[in-house]
Design a protein around this ligand. Structure first.
Ligand code: PLP
Length: 382
């Protein structure tokens, strides 16, 4: 079927975190799309509601098969059912892995900029954040491997939290880049927790590599975290997966999950996960085409009206990283100017020092909303 991503759906008074305003502010911030979910997902939920009994539910063999088929056909990642664990979210899984791989006071390596919970969860787990800035080369971020190695050595880093693809920079790390990271982590026996939640939002011309697919021989030190929630815009449903290839590590994770009783999802999450992976591909394909059009539209608009913004074109996701240093001197003033113009973007500084005078814009909305939001950005900055 043909989906209509131009449809404007009123999300006010729905409890939406994104649309939290009392006025007509346009939200171009949190990673949540203003698109209706795929019809097969809505139908699967409807079937559950029509059945009317919402009792305790376990995951089915068909669900495991749907996950296995999706990852094998798209990314060549071969999984078996006992290598797939369920978790209420990728962020809770990050905390769980920090618990497992570290003691209080241990050092955890992250990149800067980075998705904020990488830092906050590390601190809440009593660990030390060791940050390695990504380096911008020809308009895209790269790892600074020498800096990462020096910091791993100096701080005796125990875990590297990898964001693959990267949020907020939108990089889809190449197999060669990931291989180099793997070699480094192997050399110093650093565990790798790879957050791959943006995997399915990889844009044309780029190839996503699951970190686990490279990790043969080091699988006892690697986990991948992913979910259907970003891909299919069902974040309110909650639910994610942990992929772990090493049997002993899987047992340890399961024990840790038993502690918090966090190893199972709810009926709606299992339902959505299965219908999404079995029947959601058509929606995703169309959504990505629409998102790429919105990315082009945004780049064109900014080049015309705010030409001194340096734009990092994303290789995955609908989030674009904007360097606004030509238009602002202070982070809070930059964010506030936008709010005064009734448009909200994420302030770059929340992703680390490298986010100074940067903004992250979410373009996954009907183009009419995006166009008005961009007009307000222009009004605020020009
Ligand atoms: C890199 C990354 N990891 C995790 C999440 C959130 O995961 P969850 O809602 O499953 O905790 C997001 C949401 O934007 C994200 O960008």
């Amino acid at each position: 079927m043909q989906y209509n991503f131009d449809e404007v759906i009123d999300r006010s008074n729905t409890g939406s975190i994104k649309w939290h305003y009392a006025d007509d502010t346009i939200p171009l911030w949190v990673a949540d799309m203003d698109f209706k979910a795929a019809q097969p997902i809505l139908d699967s939920l409807q079937r559950v509601v029509d059945h009317g009994i919402l009792g305790y539910t376990k995951q089915s063999d068909d669900l495991y098969q749907a996950i296995i088929d999706w990852h094998s056909s798209r990314y060549g990642l071969q999984l078996e059912a006992d290598q797939i664990l369920f978790s209420p979210g990728v962020v809770p899984s990050i905390s769980l892995m920090l618990n497992l791989f570290t003691e209080v006071g241990d050092a955890v390596l992250i990149n800067d900029p980075i998705y904020t919970p990488f830092v906050t969860k590390t601190k809440l787990n009593g660990c030390k954040v060791v940050s390695s800035a990504l380096v911008e080369k020809q308009g895209r971020y790269e790892f600074d491997l020498a800096d990462m190695e020096a910091k791993i050595k100096k701080n005796r880093v125990k875990v590297f939290l990898l964001c693959n693809p990267h949020n907020p920079g939108g990089r889809v790390w190449t197999a060669d880049e990931l291989q180099a990271v793997l070699e480094l982590c192997k050399k110093y026996q650093v565990a790798v927790v790879s957050d791959e939640i943006h995997q399915d939002l990889t844009l044309s011309g780029h190839t996503f590599t699951p970190f686990l697919s490279l990790a043969k021989g080091y699988e006892h030190m690697v986990v991948s975290l992913t979910s259907m929630t970003k891909t299919f815009n069902v974040a309110g449903i909650k639910g994610s997966m942990i992929f772990v290839k090493d049997k002993a590590l899987a047992t340890q994770i399961k024990q840790q999950q038993q502690l918090n009783d966090e190893y199972e999802l709810n009926l709606f999450a299992y339902t959505v996960m299965q219908s999404a992976y079995e029947q959601g591909a058509e929606w995703l394909e169309q959504a990505l085409v629409y998102i790429e059009k919105n990315i082009d539209f945004t780049l064109q608009y900014l080049a015309t009206h705010l030409p001194d913004i340096k734009v990092m074109r994303p290789e995955a996701s609908y989030l674009i990283w904007l360097d606004c240093s030509a238009y602002a001197e202070e982070d809070k003033a930059l964010y506030d100017a936008l709010r005064d113009a009734k448009v909200e973007l994420n302030s770059g500084i929340q992703y680390g020092k490298e986010g100074h005078l940067k903004l992250r814009i979410n373009v996954a909305c009907p183009q009419s909303i995006l166009a008005e939001g961009l007009n307000r950005v222009k009004q605020a900055l020009a």
